[in-house]
Each structure stands twice: as structure tokens, then as C-alpha cells.
Write a protein that binds this ligand. Structure first.
Ligand code: NAP
Length: 259
């Protein structure tokens, strides 16, 4: 084990899941620019390695499917060989798994719930020891406005994100005794591969993006950096009294209609 560094001078350390693209990659770029040391976890080493290569900071690449308890255990064990403490876990890995209720069999529903809800639990649970030794430790769960608003073909996804909000509240109350904050960040639609793959491959055409943008009071669809900046706030000292709740990043989409 490396010598323990509990000084206030070491960089803050975060583990980000689903870091190989979309919001996770934007968050890695933002936190690296802020001087955080990073552990980037994804189920495919290639994309995560490419994101890591662009981060001018200490970066560890971890390969694991968040649904697989043994794989998560092995990945965090590798991190423990380098780090004795962790200041933040961002449960960002997620899949949409769009399918109508009539089409969605047990396996497809299970995949969505296991990735978006169980995966967040498994990663947070395995990191608790490291977090308890961290500085002002925080868990951020990337939920969705679809935790509150129904979308056809997204029953499993909506259920997984509503479940993640329940998990966030319970974990915040339970882990406050350890000084660990737990916060959900809920984006509306964000321009990432997930949005492009929505509803079985309907591409995010210019027309569709324009229609979506028009439904946002702020007049556009979110970019990954819009969400990354809010997660960075949730991780910061500025949010030190925020726990057990949700921060929405949707340009006003769920507040009402522009007309
Ligand atoms: N985009 C939106 O409109 C939107 C809106 C609200 C909330 N969100 C949430 O934001 C988070 C990030 O989404 P995104 O839009 O950035 O999606 P994305 O571009 O598809 O990225 C998701 C990342 O998660 C990884 N991942 C998926 N399943 C995994 C698993 N089982 N284990 C480990 N990693 C896994 C993916 O890796 P692979 O490339 O290997 O699949 C990918 O790198 C998700 O939780 C999503 O639900 C997105």
C-alpha cells in the first residue's frame, strides 16, 4: 500500500462510472481541468482509455460491468492498491433499453434495472470503505427527469431512475453519520449517444432535435458539459449542505411549456 496521504494538499479523487462517452466523458474532462485525480470505469477499456488519455491528471482506467458484483469488486480492489481514500463516486453508467411494455420481457427489464439501479448500489457499496476515509465525501447518482415524467417505451428506464431517487434519499439519511453526502442530478434530454439511440434507433436528426429544443423554455437541448458542470457543483464545497435531494438540469423542460 502507498503511504496514506490525509493532507489537504492532495488532489480530490473521484470514481466515475460509464466514463467512456457522453456525460461521463464530459465530467472527466471537467474534473480533470479542476485538478481532480480520476478513476474512470467502463465496461469497455477502449473508450475509457481514450477519455483517460485526454485528461491531464492522474487517471486510472477500470474495466467492469456495473451489474457484475465480482467485476466491480475486482475493479475497486485494483483502485485500492493505488488509493487509500476516495472523495467522490459518480454513478453515471446507464442504459435506456427502450421497449414497449408488450415487447419488454423479463431479460430486457432486468438489464435496465440492473445497470441503472443495482449497478449504482453495487459500486457505492463497494466504495464505502474508501469514501469513509475521503475528504468531504459525496456520491452523485445521475438520474433523469424521466424519474418524474413518463415516456412511451421507457417504463423500465423510468422505473429505474425513480428507484435511484429513492435510493439517493435513503442512502443520504443512512450515510450522513459517516459524513457522506448523496445527491441525484437529473438531466432532461442530453445530446449523447443515448439520445441518438432512443426508441430503437430513431436518430437524433436535426428536425427531431429542433422539435425537442423548442419544448425547452431555454430553447435548446442540453450538451453533456451542461450536466457535467452541475455534477461538479454537487461535488464541490459549495454544495456542502445539499444531500438526499435532486438537482434538475433540463433548461426548464419539466417546469412547463414555452407556449
Ligand atoms: N442522454 C440523455 O438524454 C440522458 C438524459 C437523462 C439522464 N441520462 C443519464 O445520464 C447517464 C449517462 O448517459 P449518457 O447520455 O452519457 O449515455 P451514453 O453516452 O450512452 O453513456 C453511457 C455510458 O455508460 C456505460 N455503460 C452502460 N452500461 C454499463 C454497464 N453495465 N457497466 C458499465 N458501464 C456501462 C456505457 O458504456 P458502453 O459504451 O460500453 O455501452 C457508456 O460509456 C445515464 O445514467 C443516463 O441514464 C441521460
Amino acid at each position: 500500500m502507498p503511504p496514506e496521504d490525509r493532507s489537504d494538499h492532495r488532489p480530490r479523487r473521484a470514481l466515475i462510472t460509464g466514463a467512456g462517452g457522453g456525460i461521463g466523458a464530459a465530467l472527466a474532462a471537467r474534473l480533470a481541468a479542476d485538478g481532480w485525480a480520476l478513476a474512470l470505469l467502463g465496461r469497455r477499456r477502449g473508450p475509457v482509455g481514450q477519455v483517460a488519455a485526454r485528461c491531464a491528471t492522474e487517471t486510472h482506467v477500470l474495466e467492469a460491468d456495473v451489474r457484475d458484483e465480482d467485476a466491480v469488486d475486482r475493479a475497486v480492489a485494483r483502485l485500492e492498491a493505488a488509493w487509500d481514500a476516495l472523495d467522490a463516486v459518480v454513478n453515471n453508467a446507464g442504459i435506456a433499453g427502450f421497449a414497449g411494455i408488450g415487447q419488454a420481457g423479463a431479460q430486457s427489464v432486468r438489464e435496465v434495472l440492473e445497470c441503472n439501479l443495482l449497478g449504482a448500489h453495487l459500486v457505492a457499496r463497494r466504495c464505502l470503505g474508501l469514501l469513509r476515509r475521503g475528504r468531504e465525501p459525496v456520491i452523485v447518482n445521475v438520474a433523469s427527469t424521466l424519474a418524474h415524467v413518463g415516456l412511451p417505451g421507457a417504463s423500465a428506464y423510468c422505473a429505474s431512475k425513480a428507484g435511484l431517487l429513492g435510493w439517493t434519499r435513503a442512502a443520504a439519511v443512512e450515510l450522513a453519520a459517516d459524513g457522506i453526502r448523496v445527491v441525484a442530478v437529473s438531466p432532461g434530454p442530453v445530446r449523447t449517444p443515448m439520445l441518438e439511440g432512443e426508441r430503437g434507433g430513431e436518430s437524433a436528426s436535426a428536425d427531431r432535435l429542433a422539435r425537442l429544443a423548442a419544448r425547452h423554455p431555454l430553447g435548446r437541448v442540453a450538451e453533456p458539459a451542461d450536466v457535467a458542470d452541475v455534477i461538479a457543483f454537487a461535488l464541490s464545497r459549495g454544495a456542502r449542505f445539499v444531500t438526499g435531494t435532486e438537482i434538475t438540469v433540463d433548461g426548464g423542460l419539466t417546469a412547463g411549456s414555452p407556449e
